[in-house]
Ligand binder design. Sequence first.
Ligand SMILES: Cc1cc2nc3c(=O)[nH]c(=O)nc-3n(C[C@H](O)[C@H](O)[C@H](O)COP(=O)(O)OP(=O)(O)OC[C@H]3O[C@@H](n4cnc5c(N)ncnc54)[C@H](O)[C@@H]3O)c2cc1C
Length: 389
Amino acid sequence: MPDVVVVGGGIVGAACAYELARAGASVTLLEREELAAGASGRNNGLWVTPTDPQLLPMARVGLRRYLDLVDDSPVPYRLDRDPIGLLAVALDENEMTLGARAHDPYRAAAVEVEELGPEDVLRFEPALSPEVLGGWLVHHGHRLAPAALTVALALMAADRGATIRHHLPARALIERAGRLVGLVTDEGRIDADEVVVATGPWAHALLDPVGHRLPIAGARGWLVRLDAGPVPLHRLVASAGWELATGRWEDGAVRAGSLEDVSAATSTLLHPTTDGSLIAGSSRQPVLTPEAEEPGVPAMIVRGAIRLVPSLAEAHVRSGWWGIRPMTPDERPFVGRLSDGLSVAAGHGSEGVILGAGTGQLIASLLLGHDLPFDPAPFDPGRLGIVAG
Ligand SMILES: Cc1cc2nc3c(=O)[nH]c(=O)nc-3n(C[C@H](O)[C@H](O)[C@H](O)COP(=O)(O)OP(=O)(O)OC[C@H]3O[C@@H](n4cnc5c(N)ncnc54)[C@H](O)[C@@H]3O)c2cc1C
């Protein structure tokens, strides 16, 4: 069995470490800060059906793993066993049009979608605005605690013999005669048969110097926690077409010549958490500076929340935070081998929780020569023709 070093202690690195250790590899996981320090500890914690059909097998394999592990997890990650449902509502004609378009991918994925008139929408969710024109109840949506899930997978990897190192950044990868042989940390060199780079939006810092220039860029996303007393919603609620509202990433990619025009795109998704608060999201904006580019984004998100649920105007704003999504031009992650001894698992965009455990299973199968859990072609790091060997 190979000695594998996984770099990055987010959901993707933790899932890779878990699956590799479970399959018998000798694993070291390196995290430069704490586990889940990046977007993996700062996201909405939702498993919803991907709209890209190429992502479905990876997503479904992953959900099965989370469900299998939830009862034995050393840290409770509070995953809904059954989907709680997502109600997408239209308050104007534009949203009616968006909603009519947005739900075909779910139907194609065999997820039940009920089209509802305004009375039915208000019967399901009486707190919604009386101006609602219609809605779609999509029978998916599992909630979980994302930081807890990440830590749980790392601890379960440790139970199977993995070594977890915190506050230990990988500084550089070491190649010899065209083969990756290890990496350098602040404590010195670590030799490895295999290195998996799972550092999300920071993958370029390790991969560019060894000639693998993957187009992964950071997109900041904000969330706001509201305390509205008894939670006024029973299921996830979104503005119809929320999946389409922020546009495709390639449309939002920054060109140097139009830097001044970059602004945050928002769409409304309300998540009644299992702890009784409500998380309102979200936004998407290219990361240009270390701190938030637009401090007004949380107010835009809260405005969207109040538009859907007017009583939220009286809710207390408890906190707001952001995470950085690792985006790729086709919004699919790069998962696979780059060269002898070097693999990548990065670029999970808005779906790192949804795709995390499936990514770990694919990496473990590729590195250990086991049967693949699903077709790896959509995740091939060379698919866009940009990777230099
Ligand atoms: C607002 C928001 C809401 C979201 N909601 C959802 C959701 O509901 N469902 C969903 O599936 N996804 C969601 N996402 C997306 C999800 O959070 C990401 O896709 C996912 O966290 C990416 O995981 P990762 O492990 O690749 O990256 P990260 O979580 O960024 O982890 C990378 C880790 O690598 C470490 N690192 C970096 N460089 C080094 C180095 N040189 N050495 C050692 N360690 C290093 C970092 O410290 C970090 O901990 C959301 C994202 C945002 C921002």
